[in-house]
Design a protein around this ligand. Structure first.
Ligand SMILES: C[S@@+](CC[C@H](N)C(=O)[O-])C[C@H]1O[C@@H](n2cnc3c(N)ncnc32)[C@H](O)[C@@H]1O
Length: 224
């Protein structure tokens, strides 16, 4: 079996909010690494464990479950320890999943872990696939049947207790075909056209002119 590291988004809590891609990753892998805040590596309080357990039941498969002690103290050494567990697990089991609540793009530790894995085991890093999921706030909006953005409204996601300077990632969507993108400014831009569709194109810069309505831009917060 080929080596593979899946970073799987679990959604906000209900197993029915897992994606088919997440379920397929669980089917394909040999072991699933599940974070736990308990020092004794138990899953007594782990929401992630409950979702994974329910998913495996649904799939009617069993997988090796590896606890990953994740104290969530925002400490580099903790992320190194967690990354080491993933690196060791991949050596033993070849194809592994690591799971994260909600969507991996939103305040998840997976990108701290991936930075460390990139340095320590580049071959494993290159096998990584991040599987997106339902965010807590898109689920919250659905729970009360109220849109997050309508018409010309913007959406703002804010950390309630920032540890320092707050930087902003911008998601720019609903462009006009033929528009010049100069007005969008400069920065760490990516352009996504027809994502997951025929003729998908992902460019790690800002395209100059919009050709398709199904185009969105990410302007990432500047990170050192
Ligand atoms: C570390 S962030 C992870 C966010 C997650 N990756 C996402 O996509 O929503 C944890 C925060 O997400 C929110 N959150 C996540 N799941 C939630 C849920 N099931 N109910 C309410 N809030 C939730 C809470 O604000 C919580 O403090």
């Amino acid at each position: 079996m080929n080596k593979k590291l899946y970073m799987v988004s679990l959604g906000p809590g209900d197993v029915e909010l897992l994606t088919l891609k997440a379920l397929n990753a669980f089917k394909e892998c040999t072991a699933i690494c599940v974070p736990t805040k308990s020092e004794d590596n138990s899953f007594k309080k782990s929401i992630s464990y409950r979702i994974v357990r329910d998913a495996l039941k649904l799939l009617n498969v069993t997988k090796e479950i590896i606890p990953v002690y994740s104290p969530m103290h925002f400490d580099k050494q903790d992320w190194i320890n967690e990354a080491d567990i993933l690196i060791d697990s991949a050596k033993k089991y070849n194809s592994i999943c690591f799971v994260t609540l909600g969507d991996a793009a939103i305040y998840s530790s997976i990108y701290y872990l991936l930075d460390i894995i990139k340095e320590k085991d580049f071959t494993l890093y290159e096998t990584c696939e991040v599987i997106p999921g339902v965010t807590s706030f898109s689920a919250a909006s659905a729970r009360v049947a109220k849109a997050l953005c309508l018409g010309d409204e913007e959406l703002l996601i804010k950390p309630i207790n920032p540890r320092g300077e707050v930087k902003t990632t911008e998601i720019l969507m609903r462009p006009k075909i033929g528009m010049d993108t100069k007005a969008l400014g400069e920065g760490d831009f990516y352009t996504f056209e027809n994502m997951y569709l025929q003729d998908e194109s992902i460019t790690n810069s800002k395209i100059n002119k919009v050709k398709k309505y199904m185009t969105l831009f990410l302007k990432f917060a500047s990170r050192d």
